[in-house]
Design a binder for this molecule. Structure first.
Ligand code: ATP
Length: 231
């Protein structure tokens, strides 16, 4: 269990984020644009803009170290990798045979290691980005809307892949999104935030079935509008 007892981000004399949450297995941090999701991930990765300061009080069985215990999957696979570096070149410090095995593990042909990122489809790129993120066997995977730039079918496939990889490799996940549908598909816990504060949190099934807060109800309704598979 990773307990973030307090995560606070200050900027220009004000507080942008002040939240607490726990990650048992897979937690979705859900909120509308500007609620503080990306800043929360940046704080955990130690990548906040220099003008911001953060305080993190946490209780976890390991220290958060980017590129070691913590890995990151960004929102847009099309810009995540350098277009001039072959896919294989992004597996820094990883023996080629291991990079090939990781590619296979995420459902890609290892021959794609020789290609340049613009020569892959969006779905293939996101799989490659996930393989690279997992190459140092992180304990915690941070995901910033990793399916937003993908079409709905590819989105479903990537979510299924992440679940499968989690079962095989045992990492914990913090999935940041404004999309409750994707959050529900990937995570069994949810923390809803608005304007840098927690609105409600709990088991995904419980919050989905009976949200306590009007903001959560609005998020659920707007996410499911027009989609046929509402429970
Ligand atoms: N570099 C920055 N300088 C000043 N304020 C910032 C900066 N980055 C973000 N903010 C502010 O912090 C708040 C939270 O931003 P954040 O990017 O974390 O939101 P978000 O929930 O990730 O939104 P989105 O879903 O649009 O990415 C917003 O009010 C935003 O304007």
């Amino acid at each position: 269990m990773i307990q973030i007892k307090r995560l606070r981000i200050d900027y220009a004399g004000g507080t942008l984020v002040d939240i607490a949450f726990g990650i048992e297995s897979a937690l979705a941090l859900v909120g509308q644009s500007g609620s503080g999701k990306s800043l929360t991930l940046k704080a955990l990765l130690g990548m906040l803009p220099p003008a911001m300061s953060s305080t993190i009080e946490m209780d976890a069985p390991f220290e958060l170290r980017r590129g070691d215990t913590v890995a990151f999957v960004p929102q847009n696979p099309f810009t995540a990798l350098s277009p001039l570096t072959r896919v294989g070149g992004h597996f820094e410090g990883v023996p080629p045979a291991e990079a090939a095995a990781l590619m296979t593990r995420v459902g890609l042909d290892a021959a794609l290691l020789e290609r340049f990122p613009p020569e892959l489809s969006g779905g293939q790129l996101q799989r490659a980005v996930i393989a690279i993120a997992l190459s140092h066997t992180p304990k915690l995977l941070l995901l910033d809307e990793p399916t937003t730039a993908l079409d709905p079918e590819t989105r479903r496939v990537i979510i299924a892949l992440l679940r499968e990889l989690q079962t095989q490799m045992g990492f914990q996940m913090l999935f940041v999104t404004h999309d409750i549908v994707s959050a529900r598909a990937l995570c069994d816990e949810v923390c809803v935030i608005r304007e840098g504060s927690v609105v409600e949190q709990g088991a995904m099934a419980q919050v989905m079935a009976s949200p306590e807060h009007a903001y959560t109800r609005t998020l659920i309704e707007s996410s499911f509008a027009g989609r046929e598979y509402r429970t």
